[in-house]
Write a protein that binds this ligand. Structure first.
Ligand code: NCD
Length: 357
């Protein structure tokens, strides 16, 4: 079944798996990157390996020139109408690594949407000039709606979801997986581990996307530590149950630190408060990491954060070798370059060049 056989209402009622299948290429591989459920273990392993190869090649002038020769004939549009600095810059630099040219809109007040143009018409306009659209928006599901709309047009260019509402942030989940995989690769790999998510799990899209991606790895226990009003959504818990994945929720972060291999901190997402100061009334004081909490962790536990942080990780922790968030951020540039290269079918060329040089 292909999306152009359907109305949007019929398409949007499909399960995530069916939507992904309908939007995939003929060989089943992702064309758009919309949800983390599109990735399987083999695809994740290929992307992580490609990210490491690109990282290695980019270290030398010769390798970097080769990478930049891959896609100078392609253009990517960065459509970021929600605040962003690191995701925007990491996509921009990922494009530069591969020689893609970029253009962008970051503020709808400077685009024709301000004149009343529909988002569908805007996206169709972008697809006339660009070969890929990378988009971050406040609306849940907008990236898939635009992918659907483009699938009916004469230029169905790939869309990459760089964060959609409170729902999904698949490329953050990819960089988180790449970080976990690199951290554990010399210690038996990413399996038989406990990952604890902490903070605003109700509205943090990075946690939702990563929790789904972790289902591709064997024997991962997921702990969700948050005050009740900020606890992870029932939809995610239902998916973990359906997958038979070990997991539990708790309001006691501290007592689980000694048994955790990766702690994933998040900030309070108060931009989603319905009235001002809503979440300020919630006591989040027990969900912070200082040197005292790090002393409860194992010597090789890693501490992650999608950033930006507020006070949930004290700056004194930055010098702890277990603090992974700055390296995690840089990993984003490499895995996004790998994703873009894969979307434009450059994987074999890169791997062959790497083997032969
Ligand atoms: C995250 C996001 O936008 O969801 N930021 C990011 O992309 N690294 C996390 C956040 O804003 O808290």
């Amino acid at each position: 079944m292909k999306p152009n056989d359907h109305t949007w209402d019929a398409f949007s009622a499909l399960s995530v798996a069916d939507k992904a299948a309908a939007l995939a290429r003929e060989d089943g591989s992702p064309f758009h990157t919309l949800f983390s459920q599109q990735f399987d273990r083999a695809g994740l392993d290929r992307l992580c390996r490609l990210a490491t190869v690109i990282r290695t090649l980019a270290k030398t002038r010769k390798g970097s020139d080769f990478l930049q020769s891959l896609l100078p004939h392609r253009r990517a549009m960065l459509y970021f109408t929600q605040p962003s600095s690191r995701t925007y810059l990491s996509f921009l630099t990922a494009c530069q690594i591969l020689g893609l040219r970029t253009g962008g809109v970051r503020d709808t007040s400077t685009s024709s949407e301000f004149k009343g143009e529909s988002q569908e018409d805007s996206i169709r306009t972008f697809s006339s000039y660009f070969d890929m659209i990378i988009m971050r928006t406040r609306e849940k599901g907008l990236a898939e709606k635009m992918a659907f709309a483009l699938s009916k047009s004469e230029r169905p260019v790939p869309i990459i979801n760089a964060g959609s509402g409170k729902d999904q942030h698949p490329t953050q989940a990819l960089l988180d997986i790449y970080t976990l995989q690199r951290s554990f690769e010399r210690r038996g790999g990413l399996r038989d581990r406990t990952v604890m998510f902490v903070g605003d799990l109700a509205r943090g899209r990075t946690v939702r996307s990563l929790s789904q991606l972790l289902l591709n790895y064997d024997n991962i226990t997921q702990i969700f530590a948050a005050p009740d009003p900020l606890q992870i959504g029932d939809d995610i818990l239902a998916e973990l149950r359906a997958a038979g994945a070990a997991h539990f929720t708790t309001s006691d972060m501290r007592s689980h630190l000694p048994a955790t291999d990766a702690v994933y901190m998040t900030r309070i997402q108060d931009e989603w408060d319905t009235k001002s100061g809503d979440s300020a009334d919630i006591d989040t004081s027990k969900y912070k990491i200082t040197a005292a909490e790090m002393s409860l962790c194992k010597p090789d536990t890693i501490l992650m954060h999608p950033l930006p942080r507020r006070d949930e990780i004290a700056t004194e922790v930055d010098s702890d070798p277990r603090a992974m968030y700055w390296r995690q951020m840089r990993n984003g540039m490499w895995i996004r370059a790998a994703l873009i290269a894969t979307t434009f079918s450059c994987t074999t060329r890169i791997l062959e060049y790497y083997e032969n040089n």
